[in-house]
Ligand binder design. Structure first.
Ligand code: ZN
Length: 387
């Protein structure tokens, strides 16, 4: 059995004895510990035992198992809990008590589950939706409770006799009760600040609906300032990249996006016009077949698929023109034909592709397809182009 020092003391340095190994000397059980194990949504502490890093702390019923970066012998040992991490978790956790109590009493939202991650804290409330006004009110009530500096105290009571608890206790016998004066009495084994004043700021950042419930994200204590600094720094980097002041971005970005959209439309029109001229030049440069068709072949083209498509669109507008192009990556074939060329693109290409194990087809004037490997491209070209 491990005595949980953190129940009654905020001390982060302690002496203890390694009394057992949990199957492996890197997993040790102490007679007493200040290390908080992962439980109740609050993540475990880190720190050192006998100078060895503690990487995980597991709540194993009556025992607490410390998972270490290296083996540790049985016997006396000094423990040191990482203060910043513990304090941050203590603040997030106590803020959750406060928010859960205020949400239940004033909005009728019961807490279904909680989660504290490395950079965000979440409470899942048993409500289908949360309006911006409700979230703002919750944040305001929390700020008022912080300003009042309400005492947060820990006591031990008989579960059968304890009254006014937010939830019925999960166990019988003596339970640990955490009280926020005038607001909340909850059975809890976590770590807590001694006054709501020590929570600093509480920022209710937003919510999302999930499985019929509402998940609210919040930050408390130092995390509020860190998040605000991060957001401002990002904004300043974006502004610097845009060559503007942060305050100008809201007006500048929509204007630039609109200009970009207009430029893209103009570019597309110009590229189509260019393709029209190029198609005419290419068709004029090849001799007409006996049936009048003029075949322009571009095998293993280096043009982009979009450029080839524009060229094909222009070709099929030119009387007598047939345009055949291939690309190697991936191996594809494109065939375009003017209606009076005598070539029915879809049917011709489908037949040529089938002969080499490829697939594809299209309309009478525009068709495309793929072949299994680049080597087959030349066979397709040879099969299609008149001798
Ligand atoms: Zn608690």
């Amino acid at each position: 059995m491990t005595t949980r020092l953190y129940y009654d003391s905020d001390a982060l340095t302690f002496t203890a004895a390694v009394i057992a190994h949990d199957g492996d000397p890197t997993r040790v059980v102490l007679d007493r510990t200040a290390f908080y194990p992962t439980s109740g949504g609050q993540p475990h502490d880190t720190g050192t035992l006998g100078g060895v890093a503690v990487v995980d702390v597991i709540d194993d019923d009556e025992r607490i198992v410390h998972v270490l970066a290296a083996p540790l012998d049985l016997g006396p040992v000094e423990g040191q809990v990482d203060a910043d991490r513990r304090h941050d978790h203590t603040v997030q956790h106590t803020a959750q008590h406060l928010l859960s109590a205020l949400a239940a009493d004033r909005l009728g939202w019961e807490t279904a589950s909680v989660h504290f991650g490395a950079d965000r804290s979440l409470i899942e409330f048993d409500t289908a939706a949360a309006s911006d006004d409700e979230l703002a009110a919750l944040e305001g009530w929390a700020a008022a409770a912080v300003a009042e500096g309400l005492p947060v105290t820990v006591g031990y009571e008989d579960a059968a006799m304890a009254s006014g608890l937010r939830k019925p206790p999960a166990r019988e016998g003596i339970i640990r009760v955490v009280t926020i004066e005038g607001l909340d009495r909850s059975a809890c084994g976590g770590t807590h600040v001694t006054s709501t004043a020590r929570l600093g700021s509480i920022w209710v950042r937003g919510s999302e609906r999930i499985r019929g419930r509402t998940r609210v994200e919040y930050l408390a204590g130092q995390r509020v300032l860190a998040a605000a600094r991060g957001a401002v720094a990002r904004l300043e980097r974006l502004a610097a990249a845009a060559g503007a002041a942060p305050a100008e971005l809201e007006e500048l970005i929509p204007r630039r996006l609109e200009a970009l959209r207009e430029a893209e439309v103009r570019l597309e029109a110009l590229e189509r016009e260019l393709a029209t001229h190029e198609a005419a030049r290419l068709v004029a440069a090849v001799p007409a077949q006996a049936d009048g068709a003029r075949w322009v072949v571009e095998a293993r083209s280096s043009r982009s698929p979009a450029a080839l498509r524009r060229l094909a669109d222009a070709m099929r507008e030119l009387p007598g023109a047939v345009f055949l192009a291939t690309r190697t990556d991936p191996p594809t074939v494109l065939l375009a034909a003017h209606p009076d060329s005598g070539v029915v693109a879809g049917a011709r290409l489908k037949e040529a592709l089938a002969a080499v194990g490829g697939r594809g087809g299209g309309s009478a004037v525009l068709a495309q397809g793929t072949v299994p490997e680049s080597a087959a491209l030349d066979r397709v070209v040879a099969a299609l182009v008149p001798a």
